[in-house]
Design a protein around this ligand. Structure first.
Ligand SMILES: Nc1nc2c(ncn2[C@@H]2O[C@H](COP(=O)(O)OP(=O)(O)OP(=O)(O)O)[C@@H](O)[C@H]2O)c(=O)[nH]1
Length: 377
C-alpha cells in the first residue's frame, strides 16, 4: 500500500482533528468555530461516544455540513474508519462547498489512528492533508485522567491525545488558578515538547492559531510520521501501522478485542493482535424516556447523585423534556459540575428525554430508578 506523505500542498483540503478527553470542551470549541467569522467554509465530521446521539442536538445549527458517525469510535474499528473514508469521499465529491474539514473525535478516542486513516485510502490521501491535531485539555479535571491509578500499565487516552497534538488548548481556565495552570502546562510540556500551548475559556481562542496552520509542513513530516507510526524508510510500499485500540466500551464489535492492540499491516480487515491492556472499566449507559420530567426534582437528583458519584462518573449529557415548558433542557455535566438549563423551544420535534452517563462502576438500574422518580407523573 502506498502512503503519501508530502509537502503541504495548497490544493489539498486541510483536515483538523479535534480531540480531547470527555467533557474537555470540543463541542463548545466547535460551536465557537462554526459561529465565528473566520473566512473558512467548514465541513464537520463527528464521532459520538455512546449509543444514543446527544451531540448532534448540541451542535448549533449552521450552514456547515455536519456528518454524524455513530456506532463505534473512529479510532477503534476498521469499519468505522472505513466509514470515515466513505464520508470523506462524499464530502470530496462536492468539495467546492467548503475549504476545511474538522473531524471531532469521541472523548475516548486516540487521534493517531484517525489521522492515519487519511493516508490509507489513496483517493482520499491525494486530496486531503492533515492540518493539525488540536487537543483540548480540561484545566479542572485533566489531572485525574492523566494520573488515573486504574490505568496503571494500560493505555491512557488522555495522555495519547496530548502526545499526538500539534496544538494544545488548555480550556476552562476560568475554573483553575494561575498556579495550577502553570503546573499543568509544565506537565503537558513533558508529554509534548513541541506543540504550542494556548489557553481558553469556553473554547475562545484566536482561530488562526488552530485552523490553517499546516501542522504537516515538510519539516514536520518525519516527526509526524513517527507519531502516526508510519514507517517512512520502507521505500514506496511502506506499510502503514494503525494502532487501533478501542476505547469505546459501548462497542461490542465481534472483531474487537478490548484487551489487544490491533496492528494493521495494510490489510484493513485482518488486524494482527499483540498483547495490550487497556481500560475496559469505563462504560456508557443511555436512557430514553418519552414522558416529561419535573425540573426541580431532576435538578436536585443530578446535583446530589453526581456530587456523590462524580469521581467515577466522568461525563453526563442529556436533552430533557420538562413538564409545562415549551423548551428542551440541556444537561451537561463533567464529573460533579452540573449544568442543566433551558434551550430552544421543541417546535416540531418530538419531545422525549435522552441521557448518557459515562464512567466507571455505573449502577444502571439505580440511575434508571432515580431518573424515573423524577418524571412529572
Ligand atoms: N466553566 C467552563 N465550562 C466550560 C468551558 N468550556 C466548556 N465548558 C462546559 O463543559 C461542558 C462540556 O463541554 P463540551 O463542549 O460538551 O465537551 P466535549 O469535549 O464536547 O464533551 P464530549 O463530547 O462528551 O467528549 C459543557 O457544560 C460546557 O459548557 C470553559 O472554558 N469553562
Amino acid at each position: 500500500m502506498n502512503i503519501h506523505i508530502e509537502a503541504a500542498n495548497q490544493q489539498k483540503l486541510p483536515i483538523t482533528i479535534l480531540t480531547g478527553f470527555l467533557g474537555s470542551g470540543k463541542t463548545t470549541l466547535l460551536n465557537y468555530i462554526l459561529t465565528e467569522r473566520h473566512g473558512h467554509r467548514i465541513a464537520v465530521i463527528e464521532n459520538e461516544f455512546g449509543e444514543v446521539d446527544v451531540d448532534s442536538d448540541l451542535v448549533l445549527a449552521s450552514d456547515e455540513e455536519i456528518f454524524q458517525m455513530q456506532n463505534g469510535c473512529i479510532c477503534c474499528f476498521v469499519d468505522v474508519r472505513n466509514d470515515l473514508i466513505d464520508v470523506m469521499k462524499k464530502l470530496l465529491s462536492h468539495k467546492d462547498k467548503f475549504d476545511h474539514i474538522i473531524v471531532e473525535t469521541s472523548g475516548l478516542a486516540d487521534p493517531t489512528p484517525v489521522a492515519t486513516a487519511f493516508f490509507v485510502d489513496r483517493t482520499v490521501a491525494d486530496e486531503v492533508e492533515l492540518d493539525a491535531v488540536v487537543t483540548l485539555v480540561d484545566a479542572k479535571h485533566i489531572d485525574q485522567h492523566l494520573y488515573d491509578p486504574v490505568l496503571d500499565g494500560s493505555d491512557n487516552q488522555a495522555v495519547n491525545q496530548i502526545v499526538a497534538a500539534d496544538r494544545i488548548i488548555v480550556n476552562k481556565i476560568d475554573l483553575a488558578g494561575e498556579e495550577a495552570l502553570g503546573s499543568l502546562e509544565g506537565s503537558l510540556r513533558k508529554l509534548n515538547q513541541t506543540a504550542p500551548i494556548l489557553r481558553s475559556s469556553y473554547g475562545v481562542v484566536e482561530l488562526s492559531n488552530i485552523l490553517g496552520i499546516n501542522g504537516f509542513r515538510p519539516s514536520y513530516v518525519r516527526e509526524r510520521a513517527e507519531i502516526l507510526d508510519i514507517d517512512l524508510d520502507e521505500d514506496h510500499d511502506a506499510h502503514h501501522h494503525i494502532h487501533a485500540d478501542c476505547h469505546d466500551p459501548a462497542c461490542d464489535h465481534p472483531d474487537h478485542d478490548h484487551h489487544h492492540h490491533h496492528h494493521d499491516h495494510g490489510h484493513a480487515h485482518e488486524p494482527v493482535r499483540r498483547p495490550h491492556q487497556h481500560d475496559a472499566t469505563v462504560k456508557s449507559h443511555s436512557f430514553v424516556y418519552p414522558d416529561p420530567f419535573d425540573r426541580e426534582k431532576l435538578a436536585t437528583f443530578l446535583k446530589g447523585y453526581l456530587g456523590a458519584h462524580g469521581d467515577d462518573i466522568f461525563r453526563t449529557k442529556g436533552i430533557v423534556s420538562v413538564a409545562d415548558d415549551d423548551r428542551f433542557f440541556v444537561l451537561q455535566a463533567v464529573h460533579k459540575l452540573v449544568d442543566f438549563r433551558p434551550d430552544h423551544a421543541w417546535g416540531e420535534d418530538k419531545r422525549k428525554s435522552k441521557f448518557v452517563f459515562i464512567g466507571r462502576n455505573l449502577d444502571r438500574d439505580g440511575i434508571d430508578r432515580n431518573l424515573r422518580a423524577c418524571l412529572a407523573i
